[in-house]
Design a protein around this ligand. Structure first.
Ligand code: SRM
Ligand code: SF4
Length: 571
C-alpha cells in the first residue's frame, strides 16, 4: 500500500497494543463502568463489545428525569462447528442468569452470546467460560472468527466427523497466538499489571503486528446441505465426497453480507470458487488466502476492507496468482460442484449409530423463559437429566445429540411441559427464519429485528395459508440494519432495517440454500405494510409457478420489474 494512504485509526490501536493487551488490565481495575474509546475497539479481539440498553434511552423515572444509561457488555464464546458439551451449555445458561440479562443467544455463526454483563463481572464471566474449555478470544475482532461447519451429528459415515475435525483445525490454526488474553483474563485479580517494558512478544505467524485489515470468516459445508451459508463467508470449504470419504474441498473466497446503502462502493457478495484442495493442502492454501488479504486488504477504509473488495478490485485471476505466490505452487482448478440443498436439522433424526438426534427451533436464537414458553428452563431440565452433547446451527437452533430411543418420550414430555414446540407444530416459514438482535443491545440497529420478526411471521403465515401456500418452505431473514448479521441477502425473502419508524428494505429472489443474492424489491417499507405488499407476489407465485419451483426461484425467474418492484434501485 502506498505511503500517502492514511491508515484507519484502528491500525495504530492494534500496532501499539502489545499483542492485544493495550491498557485493558488498568481499565478493568479503574472502577469505571466501561472502556475508553481505543480499548472499546481492542476488546473485540477478546470476544466482547461495549453496549448499552437502548430501550432505556427514552424511559423516564417517576420524577420525569431521564433514566440513567447503563454500560454493559455482550460476550461471545467461539465454538467451532457449534459443538458443545452438556456441561458447557449448562454453564453458559447459568452465566446468563448470574451475570447477564437472563437470556442466552445462539448466534447465526453457531456461537453463544451473553448480553448485559457489567464491567465488574467481565473477568469472572470470561474466566468461567474458559474454565469449561470454551474461549472468547477471536470471537470478534480483525482475525478469523468462529469457524462454522455443518452441525449434523450423523455417524453412518465419517464425512461429518471429518468436517468437524477440519473446522477444529482451522479454528486452532488461525487463532491469535498472543499470550495477552491469558494474562488479562486468567491471572489473579491481585496480580500486578505487567510492566510495559517487560513485554515480550510471541510469534504471531499469520497475523503479524497489526492482525487483519478487518474481520475474516470461514465455514465448511456439504454441497447437498449448505446449512451454514458457506458462500457468505470470506473463505469457505465445500467438501467433495467420494466413496463415503472427503476427497478434498473446493475453496471459495470473497463472500460477505455487509453493505452501507450510502456508500455506493459497498455490496453483499457470494464467495467464488478459487481452487480444489486435498485435505492435506487445505490449511496451507487457506493460510495463503488469509495472508494475501493481510498484506493487500484496505487498511484505510474499514467499509472497504473485507476480502470481497480486494477480489472485486483485482479480479479472480490476479487474486489466484497472488495466492499461488504465497502458497508456493500452482493451485488445482475447482471441481465442477454445485450447492444443491439445505437442511435445518429440526425434529427427530436417526443418527446412524442406533442413537437419535433432535433439532429444536429456538426463535431467533434467544434462549429465555417468557410466559408459558420456557425454553431456558426446558433445555436446562433436558441437558441436566440426559447430559447429551449439543450442537448449535447457523439458523440459530439447537441440536441435542446421542439420544437413546427409549428417552424420546421423556424428552418430548419435558418439551411439552416447558411449552417448546415440536417440529410438526412449526411452519417451514418459521423453521427457516432468522433474525439478528438489533434493538435494544445492538448499537448499529436502525429498526427492530428479533422482536419484530415473530409478529411478522404470524401475519405471513395467515397470508400464505390464504393463498394455499401454508406448507411452503420460504426462508425469511431479518436484520435491523444493512450489515446483514442474519444474512438477509441470500434467503427467499430478506427484510433489512432501513430507517427509524420501522421501515425496511425487502429483498426477493434469493434461496434457502444460499446460492443466489436477492434483489432489492421495495425500499423504505413501513412494517405494517409489508405483508399487504407481498400478498400479490404470493398470489402470482401460486398461479404461475413451475412444478416444484421455490418462491425464491420464482421471484428470481420473473425479476423485480415483472413483480412490481422498485425499478429505480440499482441493487
Ligand atoms: Fe454481525 C456487527 C451481531 C453475524 C455482519 N454484529 C455486529 C455487532 C457486533 C454490532 C456492532 O458492531 O456493534 C452485533 C452485536 C449485536 C448484539 O447485540 O448482539 C452483531 N453478528 C451478530 C450476531 C450475534 C447476529 C445473530 O443474529 O446471531 C452474529 C454473531 C455471529 C458470531 O457468532 O460470530 C453476527 N454479522 C454476522 C453475519 C453472518 C455471518 O457471519 O454468517 C454477518 C454477515 C456476513 C459478513 O460478515 O459479511 C455480520 N456484523 C456484521 C457487520 C458488517 C460487516 C461488513 O463487512 O460489512 C457488522 C458491522 C461491522 O463489522 O462494522 C456487524
Ligand atoms: Fe446490529 Fe445490524 Fe447486525 Fe442486526 S444486522 S445485529 S442491527 S449490526
Amino acid at each position: 500500500m502506498s505511503e500517502e494512504v492514511k491508515l484507519h485509526k484502528n491500525e495504530s490501536i492494534k500496532s501499539v497494543s502489545r499483542q492485544l493487551r493495550g491498557t485493558l488490565t488498568d481499565e478493568l481495575r479503574s472502577g469505571a463502568d466501561g472502556f475508553t474509546p481505543d480499548m472499546e475497539q481492542l476488546i473485540k479481539f477478546h470476544g466482547f463489545y461495549q453496549q448499552e440498553d437502548r430501550d432505556l434511552r427514552h424511559q423516564k423515572n417517576a420524577d420525569g428525569s431521564a433514566v440513567e444509561r447503563q454500560t454493559s457488555f455482550m460476550i461471545r464464546s467461539r465454538i467451532p462447528g457449534g459443538r458443545v458439551t452438556a456441561e458447557q451449555f449448562l454453564v453458559e445458561l447459568d452465566l446468563c442468569d448470574k451475570y447477564g440479562n437472563g437470556t442466552l443467544r445462539v448466534t447465526t455463526r453457531q456461537a453463544f452470546q451473553l448480553h448485559g454483563v457489567l464491567m465488574k463481572d467481565l473477568k469472572t464471566t470470561i474466566r468461567e467460560i474458559n474454565e469449561i474449555k470454551l474461549s472468547t478470544l477471536a470471537a470478534c475482532g480483525d482475525v478469523n472468527r468462529n469457524v462454522m461447519c455443518c452441525p449434523a451429528p450423523y455417524k453412518n459415515n465419517s464425512v461429518f466427523d471429518e468436517m468437524q475435525a477440519f473446522a477444529d483445525r482451522l479454528a486452532d490454526h488461525f487463532r491469535p497466538k498472543t499470550t495477552g488474553y491469558w494474562e488479562i483474563w486468567m491471572t489473579d485479580d491481585n496480580g500486578e499489571q505487567q510492566n510495559v517494558s517487560e513485554f515480550k512478544p510471541v510469534e504471531e505467524p499469520i497475523y503479524g503486528a497489526t492482525y487483519l485489515p478487518r474481520k475474516f470468516k470461514m465455514a465448511v459445508a456439504l454441497p447437498d446441505d449448505n446449512c451454514v451459508d458457506v458462500l457468505a463467508n470470506d473463505m469457505g470449504f465445500l467438501a467433495i465426497v467420494e466413496n463415503g470419504k472427503i476427497k478434498g474441498y473446493n475453496v471459495v473466497v470473497g463472500g460477505g453480507m455487509g453493505m452501507t446503502p450510502s456508500a455506493k462502493k459497498t455490496f453483499p457478495a457470494l464467495a467464488k470458487p478459487l481452487a480444489f484442495v486435498t485435505p492435506d493442502q487445505a490449511i496451507s492454501v487457506g493460510e495463503a488466502v488469509v495472508k494475501v488479504q493481510r498484506d493487500n486488504g484496505n487498511r484505510s477504509d474499514r467499509k472497504l476492507a473485507r476480502l470481497k473488495y480486494l477480489i472485486a478490485n483485482w479480479g479472480m485471476e490476479k487474486f489466484t496468482a497472488e495466492v499461488e505466490k504465497y502458497y508456493g505452487g500452482k493451485l488445482t482448478p475447482p471441481l465442477p460442484v454445485e450447492i444443491t440443498g439445505v437442511d435445518d436439522h429440526i425434529g427427530w433424526h436417526e443418527q446412524g449409530d442406533g442413537k437419535l438426534f433432535l433439532g429444536i427451533n429456538i426463535e431467533n436464537g434467544r434462549i429465555k423463559d417468557e410466559g408459558t414458553l420456557r425454553i431456558k428452563t426446558g433445555l436446562r431440565a433436558i441437558l441436566s437429566k440426559f447430559k447429551m452433547r449439543s450442537r448449535l446451527t447457523a439458523l440459530q437452533a439447537v441440536i441435542l445429540c446421542d439420544i437413546d430411543p427409549k428417552d424420546k418420550p421423556e424428552i418430548e414430555r419435558l418439551m411439552r411441559e416447558h411449552g417448546m414446540a415440536a417440529a410438526e407444530e412449526l411452519s417451514l416459514l418459521r423453521r427457516y427464519s432468522a433474525a439478528c438482535p438489533a434493538w435494544p443491545t445492538c448499537g448499529l440497529a436502525v429498526t427492530e429485528s428479533e422482536r419484530a420478526l415473530p409478529g411478522l411471521l404470524d401475519e405471513m403465515e395467515v397470508e400464505l395459508k390464504k393463498h394455499g401456500l401454508g406448507g411452503e418452505r420460504i426462508s425469511v431473514h431479518m436484520t435491523g440494519c444493512p450489515n446483514g448479521c442474519a444474512r438477509p441477502y441470500t434467503p427467499d425473502i430478506g427484510f433489512v432495517g432501513r430507517a427509524a419508524g420501522e421501515k425496511y428494505t425487502i429483498y426477493l429472489g434469493g434461496n434457502a440454500q444460499g446460492t443466489r443474492l436477492g434483489y432489492l424489491f421495495k425500499d423504505y417499507v413501513p412494517k405494517p405494510e409489508i405483508v399487504a405488499l407481498l400478498s400479490p407476489v404470493f398470489a402470482r407465485f401460486k398461479a404461475d409457478r413451475h412444478a416444484g419451483e421455490s418462491f425464491g426461484d420464482f421471484c428470481a425467474r420473473l425479476g423485480k420489474v415483472a413483480l412490481g418492484g422498485d425499478v429505480d434501485s440499482a441493487r
